[in-house]
Design a protein around this ligand. Structure first.
Ligand code: PMP
Length: 405
């Protein structure tokens, strides 16, 4: 299929929306991606035609819903190349997935153990580990950043040791767009028998990920950053690890046998899927992945790389504009400030021109502290954006700057 952005944009009804009398220009794709009609239709199709609880009923509707839900699990397995279907656990998103792992290790980590987190993380990949360290008396160590915002690999090699049990980092930073050298970090961590969790919330939408090739122990992503609905995502874990860790949520669906004396858990993946899940959301997640695959991840990547290059050049033309994390190995995000202005003020003025960007800390306060700034303006690109939109962005920033100075 030809990668034609004009046609692709027709799949996204929201792009016709006017904001403050101007055509919407959506540059907040890293916070949540927009939703194509096929995904929206799949949700209404579920409620119109086969809304029913799964895994429980013998009636036809329940069987139809269960089949569609499990089919979506198979789609995720195939897309991310997991070895076993049951290694895919449906969750409410990346945050939920990370909390499953951090709680799952409570009984397996103790005093004297160390865990390592990167300095480039979203709060979702910091706070659960701090909570875990507090409960287990284990120690949290942080991979520092260099002056450009990249992870200091030399320092990582100094930090990792036989005491290291777990290593956590994102594949791509949501605040800066930097791509982390996860292959190398996984390999080094494994040489010390440490397990690795990769937060793929920002990478899964931009390139195809092969979990078996990466040989990562845990991986997670959220559907709403991949053209899917909010409130759904998945946790991947190697089968033997998922079998080993305890679930932290108890309830229906996750049990095998319950008496008042004792409960035995269901097999994976159900052990981690307590309660009624987001059934329509899971099914729509599968449809979203089908949609993105029909465009082709390689096409998406190539197009987005061109957009990023163009946008970076255009923004650098603006006097006083400072880009953070302006490194070679990055994707789809430009985080910047304009000297003498506050990111919030720039973002508010851009909104008057119909341009949606994110401002502030981006749930990554330690990164802002590293650069000694309160926040940035973040432009996050996707394949639905055009070069013309970037021209309008540049003009709008120049106008905002002159209004504020
Ligand atoms: N990690 C990263 C890198 C993210 O960008 C986000 C979302 N901004 C999250 C974790 C949390 O994802 P969710 O809100 O879908 O749980």
């Amino acid at each position: 299929m030809k990668f034609d952005v004009k046609n692709i944009r027709e799949d996204f009804p929201i792009l016709k929306k006017q904001i403050n009398g101007k055509q919407l220009i959506y540059f907040d794709n890293a916070a949540t991606s927009q939703t194509p009609t096929c995904v929206i239709n799949s949700i209404s199709d579920y409620y119109n035609n086969y809304n029913s609880n799964i895994h429980r009923g013998v009636h036809s509707l329940s069987e139809e819903a269960t089949e569609a839900y499990e089919k979506a699990r198979g789609k995720i397995q195939i897309h991310f190349n997991a070895k076993h279907k049951e290694e895919i656990i449906f969750t409410s998103g990346t945050t939920h997935s990370i909390n499953i792992v951090s709680n799952g290790f409570l009984n397996l980590i103790g005093e004297g153990d160390e865990i390592i987190v990167s300095g480039l993380e979203h709060h979702s990949n910091i706070v659960p580990w701090q909570m875990m360290c507090k409960k287990t008396n284990s120690k949290l160590k942080v991979i520092p950043l260099d002056k450009n915002g990249e992870l200091d690999l030399k320092e990582f090699k100094n930090l990792v040791s036989k005491k290291t049990k777990l290593v956590f980092l994102n594949h791509v930073s949501n605040a800066l767009g930097i791509i982390n050298p996860i292959e190398e970090i996984i390999q080094i961590s494994h040489s010390y028998n440490a397990l690795v969790l990769i937060d793929g919330a920002q990478s899964a939408a931009h390139f195809k990920i092969d979990l078996q090739k990466l040989n990562v122990d845990f991986f997670t992503a959220s559907a709403h950053k991949l053209c899917g609905p909010t409130g759904v995502g998945f946790l991947y874990g190697k089968k033997e690890l998922l079998e080993k860790i305890e679930p932290f949520m108890g309830g229906g669906e996750m049990i095998s046998d319950v008496t008042f004396e004792k409960t035995t858990y269901a097999e994976i993946p159900h052990k981690f899927e307590a309660g009624t899940p987001n059934i329509s959301g899971v099914i729509a997640f599968g449809v979203a992945l089908d949609y993105m695959n029909s465009l082709g991840f390689e096409n998406i990547r190539q197009y987005e790389d061109k957009l990023l290059k163009y946008a970076t050049e255009k923004l650098k033309e603006i006097d006083g504009l400072i880009i953070y994390g302006d490194v070679k190995n990055k994707t789809s995000v430009i985080s910047f400030n304009i000297s003498g202005t506050h990111s919030y003020d720039i973002g508010s003025i851009l909104d008057k021109y119909g341009v949606a960007v994110r401002t502030g800390q981006h749930c990554a306060q330690p990164i802002m502290d590293h650069f000694d700034i309160p926040g940035t303006v973040r432009v996050s690109l996707s394949f639905i954006n055009t070069f013309e939109e970037i021209d309008i962005l540049q003009e709008a920033i120049i106008k905002a700057k002159s209004m504020l100075s």
